[in-house]
Design a protein around this ligand. Structure first.
Ligand SMILES: *Cc1c(COP(=O)(O)O)cnc(C)c1O
Length: 388
């Protein structure tokens, strides 16, 4: 008889914590600014359908994805819950007050224009070529098309630069075919509150949006930007990481709640019966009598190989070191110090109440975003709380 059956890993996402975080961000916003939810990359790996529905239930009506196909998934998830509303949420969007908008950060090229228009997704126009493409689509469709206009203020990644903004401002017909819902820009150092780049970008954002010479609603702050003060809030904030519990402030105290419990399982207890080593490369020496366990999480699950020699997990609330190299499907964990040895099938906390995603990221030499988005597809996601 085997000692346990069932899945090798699991991820529990707390939708109440996600709702709490989003409401906390919204409450921080000044001057009537709206709060969006950035749900790109499957809501940073946590599951965009459930997260989007949970945010929608709290009143979130603005959703950002990176890619068109992601937007379609969010739309399908929201269409499914919005049957309680008198209108389908996306069709005929602008006139319906409760309709969510889904914005696609990479721009309008994810689908042929007629299909894109029919979906109701709103592209972010990142370049003169994007603008020309969307204007032509509007002319062909015979109506003004909704869009966001991205202005670069120092990130130098996407968006119009200063001279492109000037050229657009000088083009008298530029906006005839476009319904610009927001002009936006993106901060590159918002998680470093003291960085001079923040104020520099803010000033340039004001200057370039003014240069467009028309009243526009504005969107500037990501999660970190929400914590930089009212000057950064404008009409729509675009937090992502903070919704998921990643610390956006650059300060030791994290105002956000953890949202994820990510666990592996003990596959075997091992009692070392001769001096040797554990794992690939035979680089970690163990003595006779050493007690350790093999846990069913590896780099294929997003437990990065760079955690070799640095990772910690929690067993029954006690910290245990990862010893030897991280394998594809497993890690080996030192349990010699535990008063009582755990058993095969016991759950092991990788991310949770004892160790945040930021802690694991620090051990791995990366950021919480990369840990979350790297958590592998073979781990089933379970949802607690919320309405999902
Ligand atoms: C990812 C992204 C955000 C969200 O950033 P966080 O740091 O996760 O809050 C906002 N705006 C743009 C343009 C983005 O690419």
């Amino acid at each position: 008889m085997t000692d346990f059956t069932g899945p090798s890993s699991r991820m529990t996402v707390d939708l109440d914590a996600i709702a709490h975080n989003w409401l906390l961000l919204r409450k921080k916003l000044q001057n009537g600014a709206d709060c969006a939810g950035v749900v790109k990359a499957d809501s940073y790996g946590l599951g965009a359908a459930s997260v989007s529905r949970a945010l929608f239930a709290q009143g979130c009506r603005h959703f950002f994805v990176a890619q068109y196909a992601e937007g379609l998934k969010v739309k399908a998830a929201l269409d499914a819950v919005a049957t309680s509303f008198p209108h389908s949420p996306l069709s005929g969007a602008p006139s319906i007050p409760d309709a969510p908008s889904i914005y696609v950060l990479e721009g309008p090229r994810g689908a042929p224009a007629p299909e894109y228009i029919k979906s109701g997704l709103v592209p972010v126009l990142n370049s003169p070529a994007d603008i020309a493409h969307w204007r032509a689509a509007a002319v062909a469709a015979g109506k003004r098309l909704p869009c966001l206009l991205h202005i670069d203020t120092g990130m130098n990644r996407l968006g119009l630069n200063g001279s492109e903004v000037a050229a657009l401002a000088a083009d008298r017909d530029a906006f005839a075919a476009l319904d610009v819902r927001y002009a936006m820009s993106h901060l590159c150092c918002a998680d470093e509150p003291a960085h001079p780049k923040n104020a520099e970008q803010l000033a340039l954002f004001r200057q370039l949006t003014a240069a467009l010479g028309r009243p526009l609603r504005l969107s500037f702050a990501n999660s970190g930007g929400v914590f930089l003060g009212a000057d950064y809030h404008f009409d729509l904030a675009r937090p992502g990481c903070a919704i998921y519990g990643i610390n956006p402030t650059g300060l030791p105290q994290n105002p956000m709640q953890g949202t994820v419990l990510f666990e592996g399982r003990i596959l075997q207890n091992r009692l070392i019966d001769r001096p040797g080593s554990v794992g690939y490369g035979a680089g970690y020496a163990v003595a006779t009598g050493q007690k350790c366990v093999t846990v069913s999480i590896g780099y294929a699950d997003g437990y990065l190989r760079s955690l070799t020699g640095r990772g910690k997990v929690y067993i029954g609330g006690a910290a245990c070191d990862v010893i030897g190299r991280v394998s594809m499907d497993s890690i080996i964990v030192d349990t010699a110090h535990l008063p009582q040895q755990p058993a095969p099938g016991d759950w092991v906390e990788i991310i949770g109440p004892h160790q945040t995603v930021d802690d694991v990221a620090a051990q791995a030499g990366t950021i919480g975003y990369e840990i979350f988005t790297g958590l592998g597809p073979r781990t089933p996601r379970h949802y607690i709380g919320g309405s999902a």
